[in-house]
Write a protein of this length. Structure first.
Length: 310
């Protein structure tokens, strides 16, 4: 990005896998220092936390922005609202968010957005954004899983035109036996993590039992969990899910909150602010993803997140 100011620490020359970027201020100015090969560089969190803060994913070394650009609104069978809006609108949306410090792209094979996200960021320095994607592990009319992760991740990298992914999750866990059911996927993701192809691994959960297992399982780095103050589109009552997420964070898991607005159920300004206050005020998540569909929604979400954090 043209307004980035990059510096170099005493560890030596940066290579192309080192993730350098920001905590963007409201004016959009970037601050950056060198970092882990494959993660945005974190900066000390100011007293007033912000949506654009760059934070670390536990011990993985991966760095992401606190607010992610979700791309799975009404997603399924490799299509979503983001693919259906067309390339011009999608590019403008993603670039507007990036200019405001939204440097984590929350994607999935299910949403079909890999090529469109790649095209939107084709001329952006790879050091300036992070990719989260998800493997759909089940046979569908649109999907023929390999049973593992290597073939899928290799395809994802080709679609993104990159040599690495910051985060790769097993998508939509719906029962507590997922570690055994998807053991081969776990093993291959672990291999890819050791090889530096993937920075962090984990699951997205759509079941309370699956979430409880993820909160304690040593393999998991990142959990994507549905959470809001009303229990809308969640895996259980807010107080039950909240207790699990607190335990997950205590166990060193990085929790990414989703369905913060209950997939559109929480519509009013008051409802949205109350949910964000609940999620951040109770320290339930490390970061969140919101499926923002317009530039105004991005600006509004940033403002609301900043308000909740402060």
């Amino acid at each position: 990005m043209k307004d980035a100011r990059r510096t170099q620490d005493t560890r030596g020359r940066l290579d192309r896998r080192q993730f350098i970027t920001t905590a963007l201020t409201g004016a959009g100015a970037l601050m950056a220092t060198s970092g882990w090969a494959g993660g945005i560089e974190a900066v000390p969190t100011p007293p007033n936390r912000r949506a654009s803060d760059i934070i670390s994913l536990g011990q993985t070394g991966v760095k992401v922005s606190r607010l992610a650009q979700g791309t799975g609104v009404q997603g399924g069978a490799r299509s979503s609202a983001h693919t259906r809006m067309g390339m011009k609108a999608s590019t403008a949306l993603i670039r507007h968010g990036l200019d405001q410090g939204i440097a984590l792209m929350d994607t999935a094979d299910l949403y079909g957005v890999h090529p469109s996200v790649q095209k939107a960021l084709a001329d952006v320095n790879r050091d300036n954004y992070a990719i989260l994607s998800k493997i759909w592990p089940r046979q569908e009319f649109w999907n023929s899983p390999s049973g593992g992760a290597r073939r899928e991740v290799d395809r994802f990298r080709k679609e993104f035109k990159t040599d690495h992914l910051e985060i790769c999750l097993i998508h939509c866990m719906t029962h507590s036996e997922w570690p055994k059911t998807y053991e081969r996927i776990r093993d291959e993701l672990s291999e890819l993590k050791q090889e530096g192809v993937v920075g962090a691994v984990g699951v997205s959960c759509h079941d309370l039992g699956a979430l409880k297992v993820a909160a304690a399982h040593p393999w998991v780095d990142v959990i994507l969990s549905r959470i809001n103050n009303k229990g809308a589109k969640m895996d259980g009552p807010p107080e039950v899910v909240s207790a699990v997420l607190k335990q997950a964070r205590a166990n060193g898991k990085h929790v990414v909150g989703m369905k913060i607005f209950g997939e559109g159920t929480l519509k009013t300004s008051q409802e949205k602010d109350a949910s964000l206050k609940y999620v951040f005020g109770n320290e339930l998540v490390d970061s969140i993803t919101i499926g923002m569909l317009t530039q105004d929604e991005i600006s509004d979400s940033i403002r609301r997140v900043n308000k909740a954090l402060s």
